[in-house]
Design a protein. Structure first.
Lengths: 250, 305
């Protein structure tokens, strides 16, 4: 088992945002996380990715406990995430951000910072351009500041940044929200492509059902902080309870 | 004409030392939002540490490198012990603490080394060159070149290396940097270390030029006109403005002051205008704040101190 999260609970004051959430993800599997607004999907991702520290719960990843680790420590364990809203970095170019993504992972594997002084950047840049930026159609803007890009392309940059760290567990928070349908399809294709090439486990929070249905191997439905259903995409669409709380019964 | 050239060279030499100090201030500001008033203290302590190491008989190169290392450690300690506990305090409070650090370290040096000016051990060979009628000592040339090379080297480091990239990212948006897995607090410590080391070197260089005394702490203050002119958030601006101010001071000292004094002596009973070159940076600071508060290279909306 790659990732086993169980009994994850977090409350903010009196509000229980995530309540006894459990989820397993296998390597090479894309698991969709859906549910109505406020169901706790993003909060759950935040618990796994070190942004929040849940009140209870464990998340074992290849035998290591993830909960309580900082984002930088998680990246070194191969756990990367993207964000629903793209953080704004003013001065950095797309390639810079991809390099950052690669750099934060490289820390431990090569013995740390000192070696980086002497390593040529060119090889890394070419590798990133070819293997990360090109599939996301970001090659032509590689040297532009991220500020000048459209929202959709910034999200692609965020994904590129996460992929540059060569993750084995990828947490995606609404990767196609706010994108045009063309951009959304390209993004979904990129996610599947990454899974196929690297065999990484993916958890994807998403609202766009067509993307969820076409991309995910398995779907978990959350409502009010708990998992109410889990199954293959077709089963999810057929389940009356899911239709009632989320998809909307006519 | 020759006088102008000579003044320009001397001005560039001191200007590049100003740049070293100002770059440190900008670096810390970009990374942690704190305007560090203790930069002059690092310069002073750096000079005294170099003095101790060189007097102990260390070769100049080693002595200077060791003193930079000591200052880097001191910078890191300042960040960890003084700044980090104040992480949630208001920035103005943090700045006042750095001002306090300046006063305390000045007092500490006063206790240890006394108030008198100390002759600084020779770091660069004695002598001077005179070419095309310009006369300038090796000391000035070496200090100027060293400061300039280090400033440029540091800018290249910041722009082109992976660590520089992480520094830039942490400076750009701290929260975003944290979220994407950059160890921001380590980067801030690193910024303080580098900044203190650069200031320490600048202090040592100034001591080779003008001798060693507690007044070196005052050099931190010249950093403020420099960064206001260059723009508080621009490292390149700090370098260029540092050079500019150095040259301007040198011209004031060598050209404007004598001309003004001649004029005043001829027409009034005023005999001297005093150290006019010390007024120039601050006059420029005031003018800059009135005309272009973001500085030559700064971005609008940066903080005013």
């Amino acid at each position: 088992m790659a990732l086993t999260a169980s009994d994850v609970t977090i409350h903010f004051g009196g509000v229980v945002a995530v309540n006894g959430m459990a989820l397993d993800v296998m390597p090479g599997e894309i698991v969709g996380l859906i549910g109505p607004n406020g169901a706790g999907k993003t909060t759950f991702i935040n618990c796994l990715s070190g942004t929040y520290r849940p009140n209870t719960g464990t998340a074992l990843w290849q035998g290591d406990e993830l909960i309580g680790l900082s984002p930088s420590a998680l990246l070194r364990k191969g756990v990367a995430r993207t964000f629903q809203n793209v953080a704004s970095l003013h001065d950095l170019t797309v390639l810079d951000i991809a390099k950052l993504g690669a750099g934060v992972r490289r820390d431990r594997r090569t013995g740390g910072h000192l070696l980086d002084f002497f390593r040529s950047d060119r090889a890394l840049e070419e590798l990133l351009m070819e293997s990360i930026l090109a599939p996301l159609e970001l090659n032509d803007v590689a040297h532009k500041p991220i500020q000048t890009l459209s929202y959709g392309r910034r999200k692609a940059v965020d994904l590129a940044r996460a992929l540059a760290g060569d993750p084995q567990l990828l947490l995606l928070d609404e990767p196609v929200a706010g994108l045009t349908s063309h951009e959304g399809m390209a993004m979904a294709a990129a996610v599947r492509d990454v899974r196929d090439r690297h065999g990484c486990a993916v958890i994807m929070v998403e609202h766009k059902m067509d993307v969820v249905m076409s991309t995910c191997d398995r779907v978990a439905v959350m409502a009010a902080g708990s998992k109410i259903f889990e199954g293959r995409p077709a089963e999810v669409q057929a389940d009356p309870e899911v239709r009632r709380v989320y998809l909307g019964e006519p | 004409m020759i006088l102008v050239l000579q003044l320009a060279v001397a001005g560039l030499a001191t200007g590049s030392v100003y740049a070293l100090i100002a770059i440190g201030v900008v670096l810390i500001y970009k990374c942690s939002g704190v305007v560090n008033f203790a930069q002059g203290a690092y310069a002073m302590v750096g000079a005294y540490v170099s003095y101790v190491l060189l007097s102990a008989g260390l070769p100049p190169i080693l002595g200077v490198i060791f003193s930079m290392a000591v200052l880097a450690a001191l910078g890191t300690l300042t960040e960890r012990l003084v700044l980090r506990p104040m992480l949630k305090a208001q920035l103005v409070a943090v700045m006042m603490v750095t001002l306090g650090l300046l006063i305390v370290s000045r007092a500490a040096c006063l206790i240890i080394w006394g108030p008198d000016q100390i002759a600084f051990p020779k770091v660069f060979p004695e002598g001077s060159i005179s070419a095309a009628g310009i006369f300038i000592t090796y000391n000035y040339i070496a200090a100027g070149i060293l400061a300039l090379v280090l400033s440029l080297g540091f800018l290249a480091f910041y722009q082109f290396t992976p660590i520089g990239l992480q520094q830039r990212c942490a400076a750009d948006n701290t929260r975003a940097a944290l979220a994407i897995g950059i160890h921001v607090s380590n980067q801030v410590s690193l910024a303080w270390a580098m900044s203190a080391a650069l200031a320490g070197l600048a202090g040592t260089l100034l001591a080779t030029l003008n001798g060693l005394s507690l007044d070196l702490a005052g050099i931190g203050m010249i950093a403020f006109p420099v960064i206001v002119v260059g723009g508080l958030s621009s490292l390149v601006g700090a370098l260029i403005a540092g050079l500019l101010l150095g040259v301007l001071q040198s011209f004031t000292d060598g050209l404007l002051t004598p001309a003004l004094e001649d004029f005043l002596r001829a027409h009034t009973s005023i005999y001297s205008v005093g150290a006019l070159q010390q007024v120039v940076p601050y006059a420029l600071l005031v003018a800059m704040l009135l005309l272009r508060p973001q500085g030559l290279f700064g971005r609008r909306g940066t903080e005013r101190v």
